[in-house]
Design a protein around this ligand. Structure first.
Ligand code: NAP
Length: 482
């Protein structure tokens, strides 16, 4: 009864791809179903190749050029509108992604910060001055820098943070004054389109933003390969990211790809802290975070005690109806993804691993799963498993932990739990990753700070509002006798 009440509150939403604010009319619909109960959440009118070309044309044609204060005002107004519609956005995220409502609400807070920090950056001067009379070869001149917007950015986003990923691409681009064409995930397009509508309501000129859903060849690939596009900013899987790297041609490419992050718990750690961080890192957002804890590495001497306490903690992460505020872990994105994860667990068990908790699947809902005795070459250790799996592995000493941590193709982030500063510094120096968080989960960040991975997790180019704005601009220098 309770479930019926919770799901009936959402009406079917009919949206369309928008070319510079105008809805397309291809006659082809994309259907989005709730991963938990299969109900139709909404439809999106899809774009075709000529819509893609029209979006590029509209952005390049341009329109009212916004000054810094105008860009600030639009982002600030969008921030306030988002806060006013927090509830509505949270329900939409939950309905189309299966993320539980507490996670969706948390995500609104993150997107709010992205808007706040992007608005703030509009007001910051970003030029530099270089005096030229500082060496024997110098002259009485000065060189000045200023940042110019790019003429067109393409942003391609994944499903796992339906709002925040979109905000992280669009808001910094708009702060820079760069027009954007957004291609959100076809699994979670409704939140993305609603967010675009909100930006128009906040005063954004239509030419500055288009949002397109459509088949890969006519939209995503056509945009990636278009020589008029200055930058492709992509967040998603390694396979698609590497394909983009091969096909984009002569343009900037930002790739934020998969992860396989370790949480490394040393014998000197505060064990209770280690237990909390492991559970939060592995199970939050249904385990679907690029920086989720995908491997829990525990020093042998404390592994028995850690495992005992961790299993008790994991029991608190109840899975169920994502719309229920009591639920801590919603579904993964669809049943296919849940079946994939189930198989990954079965394969590890066939290699000698043991499931201590969870593992049961109902449709797209997979219980938080704790697994021990996981071999170091198991698929869930070597590859990325995007779901609420918590494999525990043990290590002998710090050398072994560093070797094990660095042994996969990924290099996104990491968390170290230790009370010893010398140990902490060794990990900071020796882990091959984009981020090392001491006594925090790998995913800890602010929306402003630099973020991004190396190896298969990315090209080492950072996002986060401040760095992303740099990506969406180029630096022009000019010099004068002075
Ligand atoms: P995905 O399958 O790679 O899809 C991401 C986006 O790429 C979607 O919009 C998708 O469109 C589009 N796409 C598909 N084929 C394409 C092509 N040939 N050319 C251009 N674009 C194409 O990733 P996902 O399954 O949505 O997301 C999960 C992955 O994202 C995980 O690996 C996760 O680790 C990663 N991720 C990384 C970060 C980070 O910051 N490093 C953050 C979040 C997530 P369709 O939906 O239409 O297929």
């Amino acid at each position: 009864m309770k479930e019926e009440v919770l799901t009936e509150t959402i009406n079917i939403i009919k949206l369309a791809s928008l070319v510079a604010g105008k809805p397309v009319s291809s006659g082809k619909q994309l259907y989005i179903n709730n991963p938990y109960n299969g109900q139709l959440v909404g439809t999106v009118e899809m774009a075709n190749l000529s819509d893609t070309q029209a979006a590029v044309k509209a952005a390049l044609k341009g329109g009212t050029v916004l000054n810094r204060y105008e860009r600030y005002s639009i982002l600030e107004k969008a921030r306030i509108l988002l806060l006013e519609r927090k509830e509505e956005f949270a329900q939409l995220i939950t309905a189309e992604s299966g993320l539980c409502i507490t996670e969706s609400t948390y995500e609104i807070g993150r997107a709010h910060d992205v808007l706040l920090f992007s608005a703030m950056e509009c007001l910051n001067d970003d030029g530099q001055v270089f005096s030229c009379d500082i060496s024997p070869n110098g002259k009485q001149r000065k060189i000045f820098t200023l940042r110019e917007p790019l003429k067109l950015a393409v942003a391609i986003t994944p499903f796992n943070h339906p709002l925040n990923q979109v905000a992280h691409k669009i808001a910094p681009a708009l702060a820079a004054g760069t027009p954007v064409i957004l291609k959100p995930s076809e699994k979670t397009p409704l939140t993305a389109i609603r967010f675009v509508e909100l930006l128009f309501e906040a005063g954004l000129p239509p030419y500055m933003l288009s949002v397109l859903l459509g088949n890969t060849k006519d939209v995503a690939e056509a945009l990636v390969q278009n020589p008029e596009v200055d930058i492709v900013s992509f967040t998603g899987s390694v396979v698609v990211g590497k394909r983009i790297a091969q096909t984009a041609g002569y343009k900037k490419v930002i790739l934020e790809l998969g992860g396989n992050d370790p949480l490394i718990i040393l014998e000197d750690a505060n064990l209770d802290l280690g237990v909390v961080l492991a559970a939060e890192g592995a199970f939050r957002n249904s385990g679907q975070r690029c920086t989720g804890v995908k491997r829990i590495l525990v020093q042998e001497s404390i592994s028995e005690e850690f495992t005992k306490r961790f299993v008790e903690k994991a029991k608190e992460y109840t899975s169920g109806n994502p719309a229920d505020p009591q639920t801590k872990v919603g579904t993964v994105i669809d049943e296919q993804a849940a079946i994939y994860l189930e198989n990954v667990v079965d394969k590890a068990v066939a290699q000698g691993a043991k499931v201590l908790l969870g593992g049961k699947r109902t449709g797209a809902l997979l219980e938080p799963t704790v697994i021990i005795n996981v071999p170091r070459d198991a698929q869930m250790v070597v590859q990325e498993s995007f779901g609420p799996l918590a494999p525990i592995l043990t290590f002998k000493d710090i050398d072994d932990a560093i070797q094990l941590s660095n042994s996969t193709a990924f290099g996104l982030s990491s968390g170290i739990v230790t009370a010893n500063m010398e140990n902490a510094i060794r990990f900071v120096k020796e882990l091959q990753v984009g981020t090392v968080n001491i006594n925090e989960v790998p995913g800890y960040r602010t929306e402003r700070s630099p973020f991004g991975g190396i190896k298969d997790s990315g090209l080492g180019i950072k996002e986060g509002v401040v760095e992303a704005i740099k990506c969406f601009t180029y630096v022009k220098t000019f010099s004068m006798p002075w």
